[in-house]
Design a protein around this ligand. Structure first.
Ligand code: SF4
Length: 338
């Protein structure tokens, strides 16, 4: 019997209502934060190509009146996004050539990425998929069945990674159906979910979702995406605890971002807070060089230096692996400390 939602997770509005009421206008978000566009180099032009999208539940964790808030920096469209940085492109990790089947990216041995939706609850300005042609990868029912068929026909696939976009944006009913189909594939061992939703919209962790995950015949792994300890509000922690208490393994991946978490104290704090709440700090990614994200770059040399400082402070199991993605490579590249 899945553990039910606890009191901390009782919301007056359900997650779809909260999502529909997300900030999608720069002025509204700044007004809520007691800031003005004079405080920040905001850019309406940058928001045209990749719109602002921020759920209130994420904005409530921002410090009002602080133009340098590390959560605000992750979501606010700014002028820097319009500069052309050398070495940056629209598909920096080479996903496009791998998209041989609609929705299925068979890039790594034994694992497939199954993209069921291109949408996210939040638009992170540093995202490597910000310029990705999602409209070609949205799965309708027929295409989703074709993806399932592809996995059935490849017995070497032992793990399906639901990614996107954010797979937890699918309705509970659709996820239940998808899980039923995946559960029926004998050679599958695990279903991994890459999601930022429990962090940015904890109301998404509904009883129905918990039921689908807890009753799955496959092992369930959730890889969260949290970049800063301030993202771990009480509601977020309660949502993660609920997942954990229902037998779901929780890991976290972060992106190393200039002006957000590019100092040892912030990285140590994040690892400590994650682990205190049952989440393993797993990966720290170098920025993927997607057009419009150059202002977030932390160099590899600086990154190694930061990880050394984290290693000197924390036990090894709290130090995330520093990794980068190389287009065409068969796995993530671990960056060795010197
Ligand atoms: S949630 Fe993930 S995929 Fe979606 S915009 Fe943010 S970084 Fe990109």
């Amino acid at each position: 019997m899945p553990e039910q939602l606890n009191e901390t997770l009782h919301f007056t509005k359900n997650w779809q209502q909260q999502l529909a009421e997300s900030f999608n206008n720069i002025e509204d978000l700044l007004h809520y934060l007691h800031l003005s566009h004079h405080d920040l180099p905001v850019s309406v032009a940058a928001a045209k190509g990749f719109p602002l999208r921020v759920p209130l539940s994420f904005a409530t964790s921002m410090q009002k009146g602080d133009p340098n808030d590390p959560l605000l920096r992750q979501v606010l469209p700014v002028k820097d996004e319009l500069f052309a940085y050398p070495g940056y492109s629209d598909d920096p990790v080479g996903d496009l050539p791998s998209a041989t089947q609609t929705g299925v990216l068979h890039k790594y041995h034994g694992r497939v990425l199954f993209i069921n939706t291109g949408s996210c609850a939040i638009n992170c300005r540093y995202c490597f998929r910000r310029n990705f042609p999602y409209s070609d990868l949205q799965l309708g029912k027929q295409q989703e069945n074709a993806g399932i068929h592809y996995i059935q026909e490849h017995p070497d696939i032992t793990e399906v990674i639901l990614s996107g976009g954010d797979p937890l944006l699918l309705s509970d009913a659709r996820l239940a159906k998808l899980f039923a189909q995946l559960n029926a594939i004998k050679h599958l061992k695990r279903i991994r979910i890459h999601t930022r939703l429990p962090i940015v919209l904890p109301a998404r962790v509904t009883d129905e979702l918990i039921k689908t995950l807890a009753q799955s015949a496959k092992q369930i792994v959730i890889v969260l995406h949290c970049n800063h300890a301030n993202e771990l509000s009480r509601s977020v922690i309660a949502a993660c605890q609920l997942l954990k208490n229902n037998g779901i393994a929780l890991f976290n991946q972060s992106v190393l971002l200039k002006g957000v978490n590019d100092n040892a104290a912030a990285l140590c704090d994040l690892s400590e807070q994650l682990f205190s709440n049952g989440i393993i700090p797993y990966y720290l990614h170098l920025l993927d060089k997607a057009t419009g994200t150059g202002h977030f770059e932390v160099s590899e040399t600086e990154a190694i230096n930061l990880i050394k400082q984290v290693q000197a402070t924390l036990p090894g199991y709290l130090v995330p692996k520093l990794v980068k993605e190389l287009a065409g490579a068969l796995s993530k590249q671990t960056i060795q400390e010197i």
